[in-house]
Design a protein around this ligand. Sequence first.
Ligand code: NAD
Length: 296
Amino acid sequence: MAEIGFVGLGNMGLPMAKNLAAAGHNVAGFDHVDAAMRELGTASGTAANDIAAAVSQAEIIVTMLPAGRHVEEVYLGDAGVLASAKAGALLIDSSTIDVDTARRVSGAALNAGFDMVDAPVSGGVGGASAGTLTFMVGGSDAAYRQAQPVLEVMGKNIFHAGASGNGQVAKICNNMLLGISMIGTCEAFMLGEKLGLDAQTFFDISSTASGQCWSMTSYCPMPGPVPASPANNDYQAGFTAAMMLKDLVLSQEAAQTATCETPMGARATSLYQQMSEAGADGLDFSGIMRMLQGEI
Ligand code: NAD
């Protein structure tokens, strides 16, 4: 069993850390939020006083933070991970952040003598609690192999996406496609209905024809055809429109850096931006159906 330091015990990090502790690892966690620290304590983890205390004895350090600036601060700060970790510790950042920051921080880690992988996830809070997350990992082969057994405690599908930063690339490209396909699915259902086609009938046809996609068959934005989808629960999240917008903005920043035209990604970003400006970004991202229908 490993000594694990865990920084960032929010909606995702806390259940991930609890799963590591439940698997028998010694988990020392740190977050600014006291309630999260207390909950880790009741789940046989240890609440540490600061980042240094959480990571100084760890063989493996996992972070789950909101954005690139938090990752930079936690790793590169004066009493941060690089300054406090012991030699040989493996660093795993599971936050969803911009590709440039991921590569810069892992470069700094390498210069300081640490192997680091970026390992963003998909699967949401439900997947974090159930230990069924998908991890998209960027880093060297050796670092990936070392990270794999720990990631397998928190997830079901673990993919090596290539060199440092490629986990983030896979994540934002996947979510850019998801945002686009969700909007396209909404538009198809809306147009069909306006032209007199019953939603269930369209679903039965399109879900077995070439329009089929995950946004339709697993997460249908039209109430009815997929009973478990948020559309049947007043579009309660789920995966919020705010989180979709975050990932789309990351995709557009990366597209600009890579001088790659992504016109559909850009349009999806501006539509989710509009939903956010309308104060509706706490809804599930499939709730963009309501905006397209003129209800927001
Ligand atoms: P969250 O805001 O609930 O949790 C982040 C935690 O980090 C907070 O508890 C915060 O206090 C802590 N934190 C910030 N700065 C810190 C610091 N300097 N030291 C210690 N703790 C610090 O966010 P979340 O929903 O858990 O998401 C975390 C990451 O996972 C994000 O990058 C998000 O994009 C990604 N993600 C989230 C979901 C989801 O469904 N929530 C799904 C996939 C990926």
